[in-house]
Design a binder for this molecule. Structure first.
Ligand SMILES: [Zn+2]
Length: 73
């Protein structure tokens, strides 16, 4: 299952940090962040609860970049 989220982040460097942080979260199979489009594309593991996983992704991302936001979780 793949989902796309609108994000807010201040620079490409922080976008890369968000991508790396998200990839380490349990339930995330793969993640790509497009800074130009301000989009995060997440592929979830089989049977993962996307809402619960994305809450963990958001807190992981906030640890690396305080000002980031992920919308539509
Ligand atoms: Zn930044």
């Amino acid at each position: 299952m793949k989902k796309s989220y609108k994000i807010e982040v201040d620079c490409a460097n922080c976008a890369n940090k968000m991508e790396d942080a998200a990839k380490k979260v349990a339930g995330v199979k793969d993640c790509t962040v497009n800074f130009m489009a301000l989009k995060m594309n997440v592929e979830f593991e089989e049977g993962a609860d996307s809402k619960a996983v994305m809450k963990d992704v958001l807190s992981a991302c906030k640890k690396v970049e305080d000002d980031c936001e992920i919308f539509g979780i």
